[in-house]
Design a binder for this molecule. Sequence first.
Ligand code: MG
Ligand code: MG
Length: 266
Amino acid sequence: MIFLKTREEIEIMRAAAQLVSKTLAMLAPMVKPGVTPIHLDKLAEEFVRDHGAIPVFKGYKGGRGVPDFPATLCFSINEAVVHGIPGNIPLKNGDIASIDCGVKLNGYVGDHAYTFAVGEISPATQKLIDVTKESLYKGIEQMITGNRIGDISHAIQQHAEKHGYGVVRELIGHGLGKNLHEEPEVPNYGKKTDGPKLKEGMVIAIEPMINMGRKEIKHLKDGWTIITADGLPSAHFEHDVAFIDGKADILSNYQIIEEAIQLTKH
Ligand code: MG
Ligand code: MG
C-alpha cells in the first residue's frame, strides 16, 4: 500500500532529506586521496546524531545469516554499485565514491546519495558520473499529472542506454516515509505504461545505479557490497522527491554538496 503524505509530513521529510544533504556536503571536502571511508563514516554518524537524527542504515537487518549493516554510510568505490561497507583502505586518486546516507528525523526518513570524484578522474569515468546524474533528472522531469512510475523508469533507462551504459535491474528506488522502504517500487528501467499513477502526496526515492559496462552485478562475500560483474565502475545518484501540485518537489539538495566540492577545488 502506498502511504500518501500530508503537506506537514512532507515538510518533516524535507528536513530529513536536507539533513542528509548537509551530511554529504560536510563530507565533500574530505572525499580525497588518503582519507579512509571508515573515518568519514564516523564523522557522518556524529553529524547525524548531533542534529537529533538516527542513522537508519546502521543495524539494518541483513537476514539469511548476513550480519546487520554496520555503518551510517553506504560507501561504494569504483566497481562497487551500492551497499559498500566503509573500510579502512584509503581513497586513491582516480577513484569514484558513491556515498549514500539514510537518517530518521522526527519519525521520517531521508535517503539520498551522490557519487564523488576522488582527485583527478578519467574523462570516461567523469562521463559516467554526469550521465547517471542526468538520468536522475530525466526521471524527475517525468513527474507530471497523469504519468506513472513507469514514465520515470523509462526515461532513466533511455538516457543511460543511449550512452551504452548498463542499467542495474536487481536494485531499485522506492517509496519513502516513516520507513526507509515503502511502496511503490521505482525501477530504473521499464515501460511508460508500467507501475502506479503518480498521486498527490507520493514521496519516492529515485536512484539510478548505472554501470559503465554490462548491467550484471555480483554480491561480495561480506553479504552487502554489490559490485559490477565485469569490474567496470558504477555510479549512483539518489534524490528524495515529493509529488505536489502535479509536479516534482525535490526534497534533497545537491546544490550545497556541489558548492562544497567547488570550494575544495579552489
Ligand atoms: Mg539510498
Ligand atoms: Mg534509497
